[in-house]
Write a protein that binds this ligand. Structure first.
Ligand SMILES: [Zn+2]
Length: 76
């Protein structure tokens, strides 16, 4: 993908805003720029921060979000 492309930059900005909204929900400080991928698709924290991420089809999940998902799934 061409990084000078306007649509690419707009998509990057949109992704950064979405990740910062997730980070805000989790009480994490916002990123100034996109972290180096991969990052958790649920909370936006990067592999560098979390140490490890589980990879799915077009998504990743960190240990905290996997634990939260497990609690939600087992609740009922
Ligand atoms: Zn996460």
């Amino acid at each position: 993908m061409n990084e000078g492309n306007f649509e690419y930059r707009a998509a990057q900005k949109e992704l950064l805003e979405a990740i910062n909204q997730l980070r805000d929900l989790h009480g994490e400080p916002p990123y100034n720029e996109l972290p180096e991928p991969p990052f958790c698709s649920f909370c936006g924290r990067s592999k560098k921060e979390m140490g490890a991420l589980v990879e799915g089809i077009n998504a990743h999940i960190c240990v905290d979000c996997a634990g939260e998902a497990r609690r939600l799934l087992l609740r009922d």
